[in-house]
Design a protein around this ligand. Sequence first.
Ligand SMILES: C[S@@+](CC[C@H](N)C(=O)[O-])C[C@H]1O[C@@H](n2cnc3c(N)ncnc32)[C@H](O)[C@@H]1O
Length: 265
Amino acid sequence: MADATGFHLKGSAPERYEHYVAPLMAPFVTALVDAADLYPGATVLDLACGTGFAARAAAAQAGPTGRVAGTDPNEAMLKVAVEHHPRLYPDIEFTAAPADDLPYPDATFDVVLCQQGAQFFPDLGAALRETARVLRPKGRFAATVWSNLEASPYFTAQLRAVRQYGGPDAAADFQEAFHAADRLTATLDAAGFRPITRRDLTFTITLPPLRDHVPGHLSAIPWGRTITETGGEEALTRAADTLRAALPADTTAFPFTATLVTADR
Ligand SMILES: C[S@@+](CC[C@H](N)C(=O)[O-])C[C@H]1O[C@@H](n2cnc3c(N)ncnc32)[C@H](O)[C@@H]1O
C-alpha cells in the first residue's frame, strides 16, 4: 500500500516510473502547461515533480531566459529526473523537499505546476498555503488529479488486480487517489486562491504493447509494490495477467480522465 508519504517509490521503481508512466502522463502534461499560460522568461516550480515530466515541458516554454525548479521529497525520483533532464535549456534545479516546506523565498515563482501530486500530500492545506507563499501575487497554480476511475477500462482493470492480489486496503487506497478534485478545489478556496477553475479532460491514449507495459506499469506504482510484498514477484505476474485478461483483446487504446484545476493567487 502507499506509505506515509502516500506515494513513495523505492529501489529501481523510479526508473520504471519514468519509462512506463510517461505515455499516460504525456497529453495531460501538455494540457497542464497550456493551462498555466507559460511564456518565455517565466519562473516555474514543478511541485511533486517526480521524474520531471512537467518540469521538462515547462522548460521548453519558459526557454533560456526562464527559470524552472522541481521539488519532490523522494530523492530517488529526483535522481532519475536529473538523468533525464534536457540539455537544451538552463539547468532545471531539482531539490528534495516536501510540498509543505519549500526552500524558496516568498513570491519566487510566476507559476506552480503540480501533475498528479496533490492527492498524495498528507496535509493538502499546508501544501497549498506554502504554494501561495512561493507564488508571486496573481501567480498561477495549475494541477491535474486523476478522476472518473469507473470510465477508464484500464484503471478499472488495474483496481481489480490490486484488490485481488494486494488486498482490500490497497484497493481502497488506490481508489481514494481518484477522488481528490473536490478536496483540491475546496482547499484552494480556503487558502485564498481566486478565481478557481476546473474541468475534466479525457484523452484516449494508445499504450505500448500490453504484454510488457502492464507488468512494467504495475511494478512502478506503490500498489504494485504492495502486491509484491504480499505475494512475491509471482503475484505481480499473476496480477498483470489478470489485468490484461480484463481488457479487450483487440485494442491498446483506452480513455483516461483527469481533472485540471487552475487557481490564481
Ligand atoms: C504520481 S507521482 C507524480 C510525479 C510527477 N508529478 C509526474 O507527473 O509524474 C506523485 C509524486 O508525489 C510525490 N510526493 C509524495 N508525497 C509528497 C509530499 N508530501 N510533498 C511533495 N511531493 C510528494 C512522490 O514522491 C511522487 O513523485
